[in-house]
Write a protein that binds this ligand. Sequence first.
Ligand code: NAD
Length: 243
Amino acid sequence: MDQPKIDLLAEWMKESRRTVILTGAGMSTESGIPDFRSKEGWWKKIDPMTVSTVDALEHQYDLFHGFYSLRLSDLKKCEPHKGHDALADLEKEGHVSAVVTQNVDGFHQQSGSGTVHELHGSLRKIFCHECGARADEAAFMERESCSDCEGHLRPKIILFGEMLPQDVWGRAIQDIEESDLLIVIGSSLQVAPANELPFLSDGKKVIINQEETYLHNQFDLQIEGKAGEVLQLIRDKVLEGTV
Ligand code: NAD
């Protein structure tokens, strides 16, 4: 681990008035949830345009349901890791203002982060695609139809071809614009428009990722490493002055 970079980021976090975190799928791989684009990612096995789409939901429900019921059952076997806990600890001590996440696993909230903007929705909330009625996760897992209208049940995630949730995005953008330190963690920065968000901040920009992304040189500091390990070191340095 590059200790001088950890020390520098810890200094920046102590000096910052508003630090905002932007997380991607790489934040949760250490919990056992595959990301989409690295070597072990989902999309090396399944083409997203065949399954994470409104078209699949409406016309190939077996495929859609198979993919998302598997992701939901995998999620239930996993837990947030110490990196999620570190972010929650840093927020409680006033060193993080908000977490903006592309993830749909709910791990930040489960770890105790209070201000979390879920840009792409949540796998854990189920509703009817036709009439919008809320439904139980168990009903979705059992492949039941909506009890009100017989419509297809689905998780409350944003599929390709759907509008992004304007209220959540509005709050996320406001927090990012007001930040003086923006830290991206575990994102390939390939998904638009989420990959444009870091550059709405006029403050310092940092990326923590296990590999270089194509936008790496647009950040003031790049830390290559695993999110969980790096965040524990940062938390210890900021809160306890150790490391
Ligand atoms: P991505 O898969 O495109 O990129 C993940 C990045 O994280 C890669 O660059 C990878 O090298 C890096 N990475 C993997 N493990 C890491 C670790 N332990 N520490 C540091 N970096 C690590 O992910 P993305 O940019 O978030 O875009 C993917 C889309 O897929 C998002 O829209 C997201 O909603 C969705 N997704 C979510 C989950 C989840 O909720 N956990 C999982 C898979 C995909």
